[in-house]
Design a protein around this ligand. Structure first.
Ligand SMILES: [Zn+2]
Length: 58
């Protein structure tokens, strides 16, 4: 669970607040979006296909 959120001035785990009273910013998830495993494997497959082509396997 991503409970930690942040605004411009601080981090919070208080879910009762949507907006920071200090800076007026909305709290957002403090975690950066991660690459999905699907995209990772798609890139990997593309690379393998390229290699195979270069070696005359396709
Ligand atoms: Zn703030």
């Amino acid at each position: 669970m991503h409970l930690l959120r942040k605004c411009k001035c601080r981090y919070t785990i208080d879910l009762s607040k949507e907006i920071c009273e200090k800076c007026g910013e909305r709290f957002r998830s403090a975690y950066p979006p991660k690459f999905s495993p699907h995209d990772k494997y798609a890139g990997y497959r593309r690379k393998m296909k390229e290699l195979a082509k270069q070696r005359g396997l396709l």
